[in-house]
Design a protein around this ligand. Sequence first.
Ligand code: URA
Length: 190
Amino acid sequence: MNSEFNALQQECLSCQKCGLCETRTHVVFGVGNPQSEVMLIGEGPGENEDLQGEPFVGRSGQLMDKMLEVVDLSRKKNLYIANMVKCRPPKNRDPLPEEVSCCIGYLNRQIEIIQPKIIVCLGRIAACSLIDPNFKVTKQHGQFILKNGIWMTGVYHPAALLRNPRNKPDALDDFIKLKEKILEVCNHTY
Ligand code: URA
């Protein structure tokens, strides 16, 4: 499993499938424990992530790590974190549909190898791609649906919480619901 995962990472690190390879500093493949039962999936790297080669290391990542800590989840221990696209879209624009379709194969293979029990989509771009194209974060955040044997949920993107702090209590509730789901369906996360 690890050698397959490492081979996938190596392949991804030299990817030139779309134009984002021309402006990236680092490919941001993912971070965390590939044996995790829970995967978090964001949109794409921002400036700090592009510079450091790791997802969610900027301000929004720090907020997310704090909320995760409340429910005993951490990228150092029991989570794997990746993005829809592995290279930073210029000026943090939304990734274009063709960039997502070039990159989705890497994410699909990460999911196949890790075989998570739960996937948490951080924000609209991940939730609309992976759960339902009409997903509305404001209405459906925190709801779980079983899709292809994996429990899927969409939550507020932490960057959206920095812009709209009044949604933080709802976001924290969603992480508490996540903990309950983990206790129900996972074996070794806690
Ligand atoms: N926002 C994302 O969606 N992903 C990151 O890695 C950082 C910020």
